[in-house]
Design a protein around this ligand. Sequence first.
Ligand SMILES: [Zn+2]
Ligand SMILES: [Zn+2]
Length: 305
Amino acid sequence: MKLVNKKSKEELQHALSKEKFARKTCSFYVYKTIKKRSDLRDEIFSTLKKLNILGRVYVSEEGINAQVSIPENNLKKFEKKIKKNIFFKNVNFNYAVEEGVSFFKLTVKVKQQIVAYGVKKNEYDMNKVGQHLEPEDFHKKIDGDKTIVVDVRNYYESEIGKFKNAFCPDVRRSNEILPAIKEKLKGKEDYKILMYCTGGIRCEKASSYLIKNNFKNVYQLKSGIINYAHYVKNNKKTSKFIGKNYVFDHRLGERVTKDVLSKCHQCEESSDEHANCANDLCHMLFIQCKNCQKKYENCCSKECL
Ligand SMILES: [Zn+2]
Ligand SMILES: [Zn+2]
């Protein structure tokens, strides 16, 4: 068996539209030193392929990060097969809040790192990470004294949704995020730091970085905003996260509350719909309202149109 995809995007989209079953979107990660990355990569690819699973999986020296779309009738088999592998023994499966077409194909790649904050290896220690908080505890602690809520995601993500009162680094590159957070928290080493990200993977490294920088009380939201959104929904709580949770697949976001925090980048109308510019040479990620989508034919500017 050749372990890659050979079909075109159109063929893949067509095949997906013909499917007669529902799919579930799921993310999971593991931080663990992996030596034989190519072997593990091939093993994961063939396991997922056999179960007709689509998605994107990164295998690196520091661990594995996976987002997948699973046929509903293969869910149990999928969980069982994955957990059978020693690397995933204690893995947490994080299912989407809002379904929709998330992936068209399956890619499993060997990468340098699973979370690219650009911090050097001596700037964090993955054996010392922030204390995990269940959504309920995070929800309670958030309004406490000497507490700071920190968003460890990119600006384009927090722009459309965040925890109320969270500090969101206003930087454009992911390697600027952690230094910006450290700068903001200077002198507050004894505060309770409550951090969060999409599904939890980035908090592991970000919390480890803060601990290495002498922060004493570092907490992280277990399994991220996705898990918190389930908690709010299942327990009928008023969400302290407002707006949309940006996700890294075709859906580009899961709505958590009705609040729209951002504006269309072209006309400044209220909008939180992300789009990639239809000009393949540009492909810029930006926010575009329905009117501008028509007017610019899914492009970011007159130049691209
Ligand atoms: Zn607009
Ligand atoms: Zn463009």
